[in-house]
Design a protein around this ligand. Sequence first.
Ligand code: SF4
Ligand code: SF4
Length: 675
Amino acid sequence: MHLGQYPVEHLARQTTLRPVQIGGATGHAPPTTGLAGIAREYTKAFFDADTIPVASEKVSLPAVRDLTNEIKATCHFLDTTAVGVCAVTDGPDDCARAVVILVEPGRAPEPTNAASAWLDGKIIDFANLRCTEIAVVLAGYIRQLGHQAHLFYDHSSTDRLVDLAVAAGIGRQKGSQLEVPFIGPNYALAAVLTSLPLAVDKPLAPNGSLISTSLRLRHFFGFGGVQSTLHKHTLHRRATHLGNYPMERIRRRSKPTTLILEDEVPRVPKRAGFFARAGHGDLGAKTQRERDRFATKHPLAFAMSPLMHVMVPIQDGPVGSVKAGTTKNPVTNTKAVRSLAYMLGADMVGVGEAVSYAWYSHDADGIPLPVRHKHAIVMMIDQGYDTSEGSSGDDWISGSQSMRAYLRGAGIAGVLAAQLRSLGYSARAHTNRQSDVLHLPLILHAGLGELSRIGELVLNPFLGPRSKSVVVTTDMPLERDQPIDFGLQDFCAKCTKCARECPCNAISYKNKVMFNGYEMWKPDVERCTRYRVTNPKGSSCGRCMKVCPFANEGLISHRLFLWLAVHVPMTRRLIIKLDDVLQNGARNPVKRWWRDLTRTPAGSVEPATGTNERDLKDGVQSKVAAAQDIAYYPADAMPPADATEAWPLDRAKALQMQREMETPVQALARRKRID
Ligand code: SF4
Ligand code: SF4
């Protein structure tokens, strides 16, 4: 993981190290208008979020090389394009090392795409934004380890950062610019100065070719686990609004593949969500105590919290007084919105109806919420295949995986919503911190996935369940996508791997039922919430996401197997069997880059409880399946919208409910009788 996506370890290097004198203060880019102005507003908000203090206790550190690898892997986990370390002579607070971060901008929309005019050539502002985000998170993480860290950035001149990047072996000087192997001429730089005793990288060879012919060839085909040049070339030929995955080849339907009785789906208050219930004490004192810290127990996840916090007030805002004359065509608008979202870092983008039943009925204070917009732009953010590979799914990195995806999503949705408002259309970002909508029905209607056995999770054919969603609702004229059908209902009916591997038996082995108007494999949400919130040997849980055959880039990520799973139903049982035989879903130790840490009031320590070291279970399925009980808490068992006190769960009654649940066939028959 610390080696990143390019084969930089094979580049020609000098043998001498070069410490850098960094000099005085750093500079911000001045405020400006348009989309670049929004990028700068977010960049400033992220700088303001650099608030994590140095923990009073220092964490015990591993050997210098292991520590350096961990810090570099952390940067790559946060989506750095390249990272290096150099020595500095005049850093503050005993900071003798600079971790230098380089970020390549996303793909620029084609000149004919309306988003190109919105960007007005200022794409680098968004690479600066990402650089800032990574630097702030890294600095906060290091301080939570009890060591000093200071941001070093300069958006007015790149000179001093170029100097640092040269010394850190990221690139070599070419005039006032940096020549960076494998990467084009566009990049943004930032650095974190730290007192951590990190190993210093050697600068690149000053003359001659940095990349040998054999290295160029290996890189072209992606040997050695790197991103291949071939893949990059393929993407360059693909229109930017289509993104990186061929979703346009997936079959479309006029309705989702699972029955939704729309007039029977209740609008629910925010108070009814199980995490809100945990916070109010409905699940008992222990779950209430842990509710606010379970996803940020690890110091890396905690370092992301302030950035998410500062974005909440700018998720919505005033709308431009005039609708831009160039935005009357829904097809043109949709292309531009998609290209912009992909440039900003979304992994999947779809547009659907913002159905009324997706809107919460009441906010967290019990105040009624209106249905505000007619369209939902839904985006999925990959939680990271590499890290998933190394993790058991419910160990100490799990919370950070979720938080990284939520953080990335909140930034993308916030910028996109602000841009739509500046064009004269009401638009609001709905993030994990603040959302007026339930995402699940919107993902279905935007054609990004089908409901899976995991239950309240919409699974995408290319990302599997390994994603987090974020939504922008708006009234801008847009062209909607249709729901997709890639055979998941039949696949999940045959596969029960997530149910087998769930640590607390929360995923149903049973058949689908009707729940609040939806046909679904209804999970035991109470069990899942309790486990995620109080997991003693990890932070949160995403084990179902990690083990699913669709999340794996081993067996069925190979397009042949995915194609077979989608188009040839009779191969599905074999594929499910093969996925287990090949031990897909077991941990890959090569990708195990983080340290198990948990926060205490004094600092970060190794957890005394240990960590969940799980690989695949075998042979327990039938016993557990036969004995499984699922508790159902339908809308009429929810607490009132304004309940401030605990509203305890009645689990006995919820278990009773399983005998009364209607099947989809029974629901349709009932509807027919009524009609
Ligand atoms: Fe089970 Fe964890 Fe998935 Fe919840 S998140 S259903 S506890 S595997
Ligand atoms: Fe469906 Fe199997 Fe994935 Fe569960 S593990 S969601 S049953 S494909």
